[in-house]
Design a protein around this ligand. Structure first.
Ligand code: SF4
Length: 463
C-alpha cells in the first residue's frame, strides 16, 4: 500500500490564521494525509497568508521562490496558497508564480483538500469565493477535527469578518461581513475541548464584542457567551481577542468581572491618541470615550492587565497629534502594546491619502519615542508584580533558557522559573515573582496546584 502523502502548513499573520491552519491540518488529516516534519520533504505545502502589512507580499513571494526550487527537484510536490493574500490577489498569484497548484480564499478553507486532489488531474486551480458561505462558516467539523498546537490551550473562533470600516484596514474586504457562530456550537466545541483536557480557551474574532449582533436584534451576545463559557466544566481560563473599544459595553465588563474563568486581561486597541486622527481612521470613538471605558473596566475587574495596538505615522499625523498619542499612552498606563508603523494597503481609504503621507525618518523617530514611553510603563507594571504570588499555566521549557520553564499568569504575562521535577507543560503552579523585566517576569515555584489535565505527556529535559 502506497505511503500516505505528507503535508506542511506555513502560517503568516494573526491568531485567526494560526487557528485556520489548525483547522486546515485537520481537514488534510481527514483526507488521508499525514504531517511532514517540514516543507523540505512535504508532498503538499500550504502557505496560509496574511495581507495586513505591505511586506506581506514580499514574504509570500520569497517563500514561493524557495518552494519553486524544491518543486524543480520533486515535480510531484504540490503548492497551495490560502488566507487573506489569496483572497485579495486570487488568480494574480498563479500568474506571478505559475508553479502554484492551488489558490483558495478565506471563505472556502474547507475546499482545500478537494482542490488539491482535483489539481492533480485538472492542473492549476484558483477557487476564491466573494463572500463567506454562512453554512460553511457555521460548520463545526473543521474546528472539531482541528489539529491543535497545544493539548491544554485552544483557540475558538466565534465570529468571522468585520462590519467596521477602519480607514487603514484590509480585513473587511478579505474576511467579509461579520458572521457569528451559533452560541450552542461554540459551547459544544468548548465542552469537547475541555473533556480532552484543554483548560484555557482563547476566543477569536475580528471584533468579538459585537458577537451575535447578526444573530439577534437584541444586540451583541458577547457577555452571555463569556458567562456560558465560564460554566463549561474544566475550563479554568478564558481570554479573547480582539474587542473594539466602541463596542465595549457595561454588560461585557460585568461578565468579565463576575465570571471566575475569565482572565483579568483586556486587549483594547486604541490605535491613536488624537481625536482628529481617530476620526480619520474611522475608529468610531474619541480618546476621552476610550479612557472612560478603560477606567470603568479597571474599576470593575480586579487586577486587570490592559494591552493595546497603536499606529504611528497615519497620513496627516502632525507632531502635536503625535504628542497627544504619547499623552494618551501615559494616561492609559498600558501593560504592553503592539506598535505598528502605518502601512498603506491597496484597497483601503488610507492608501488614497498619498498627499498626507508622513516621511519615513519622522515616523522612525516617533516610533522610537513611543516605544520608550511604552517600555517604561511596561517595566513599572512588571516591577509592581515583584513579591506577588502568581497562578501560572506552564507552557514548557523556556525558549530563552532551556534549564528553565515558562508559562503565563492569569494576566497573560510571560514568566520564567527554575525547572521542577513534577512540573511540565499543562501543570498549574503558584510562582512567587522575584524580578520584573520589560517583557517578562522571573520567579520561583512555591507550589503545584494540579498536574496537567490533558492526556498527552510532553517530554521534559532530563535533569
Ligand atoms: S475593527 Fe477595524 S481594524 Fe479591526 S478588523 Fe475591523 S476594520 Fe480592521
Amino acid at each position: 500500500m502506497a505511503a500516505p502523502k505528507t503535508f506542511s502548513i506555513r502560517t503568516f499573520g494573526c491568531q485567526m490564521n494560526e487557528h485556520d491552519s489548525e483547522r486546515l491540518a485537520g481537514l488534510l488529516v481527514a483526507d488521508g494525509l499525514v504531517r511532514a516534519p517540514d516543507d523540505e520533504v512535504a508532498d503538499v505545502v500550504v502557505l496560509n497568508t496574511c495581507t495586513i502589512r505591505e511586506n506581506a507580499d514580499l514574504k509570500l513571494y520569497s517563500a514561493l521562490g524557495h518552494l519553486k526550487a524544491l518543486k524543480e527537484q520533486r515535480p510531484d510536490m504540490q503548492i497551495a496558497v490560502g488566507g487573506c493574500m489569496a483572497q485579495k490577489d486570487r488568480g494574480a498569484i498563479q500568474q506571478r508564480a505559475n508553479w502554484v497548484d492551488v489558490v483558495f480564499g478565506t471563505h472556502n478553507l474547507a475546499a482545500a483538500p478537494l482542490l488539491l486532489r482535483r489539481a492533480r488531474s485538472e492542473g492549476p486551480l484558483t477557487e476564491v469565493l466573494d463572500a463567506p458561505d454562512p453554512e460553511a462558516n457555521r460548520d463545526m467539523a473543521p474546528a472539531l477535527y482541528a489539529v491543535r498546537e497545544s493539548p491544554f490551550a485552544a483557540w475558538i473562533t466565534i465570529q468571522t469578518g468585520c462590519d467596521n470600516t477602519c480607514a487603514y484596514c484590509i480585513v473587511p474586504s478579505v474576511r467579509g461581513q461579520e458572521i457569528s457562530r451559533p452560541m450552542q456550537d461554540v459551547i459544544d466545541e468548548a465542552t469537547m475541548l475541555a473533556s480532552s483536557g484543554v483548560v484555557e480557551l482563547t476566543v477569536l474574532g475580528q471584533n468579538v464584542n459585537s458577537y451575535g449582533r447578526d444573530i439577534t436584534k437584541r444586540g451583541p451576545l458577547f457577555a452571555d457567551l463569556l458567562r456560558a463559557l465560564g460554566e463549561v466544566p474544566g475550563v479554568e481560563r478564558i481570554r479573547f481577542t480582539s474587542p473594539h473599544p466602541k463596542d465595549l459595553r457595561p454588560e461585557t465588563i460585568a461578565a468579565m468581572a463576575e465570571t471566575k474563568a475569565v482572565c483579568p486581561q483586556l486587549h483594547l486597541p486604541l490605535q491613536h491618541g488624537a481625536n482628529r486622527v481617530l476620526a480619520a481612521m474611522r475608529r468610531g470613538y474619541s480618546v476621552e470615550r476610550y479612557l472612560e471605558r478603560l477606567a470603568s473596566a479597571r474599576e470593575a475587574i480586579f487586577d486587570l492587565a490592559v494591552t493595546t495596538d497603536l499606529i504611528v505615522g497615519f497620513p496627516g499625523e502632525t507632531e502635536p497629534e503625535f504628542e497627544e498619542l504619547l499623552e494618551a499612552v501615559s494616561v492609559a498606563q498600558f501593560d504592553s502594546a503592539y506598535t505598528f508603523i502605518f502601512s498603506a494597503r491597496e484597497g483601503t481609504r488610507a492608501a488614497l491619502m498619498t498627499e498626507q503621507f508622513v516621511g519615513e525618518d519622522v515616523i522612525k523617530d516617533r516610533f522610537e519615542r513611543l516605544k520608550q514611553v511604552l517600555d517604561r510603563s511596561a517595566l513599572l507594571k512588571h516591577e509592581a508584580r515583584v513579591g506577588l504570588l502568581e497562578e501560572v499555566l506552564v507552557e514548557g521549557p523556556s525558549r530563552r533558557n532551556p534549564m528553565m520553564l515558562s508559562g503565563r499568569t492569569r494576566q497573560g504575562k510571560l514568566i520564567h522559573f527554575a525547572l521542577a521535577s513534577d512540573v511540565r507543560a499543562g501543570s498549574l503552579v503558584q510562582v512567587r515573582v522575584r524580578h520584573g523585566a520589560p517583557y517578562h517576569l522571573l520567579g520561583e515555584i512555591e507550589s503545584v496546584v494540579r498536574p496537567p489535565r490533558h492526556k498527552v505527556r510532553i517530554p521534559l529535559l532530563s535533569s
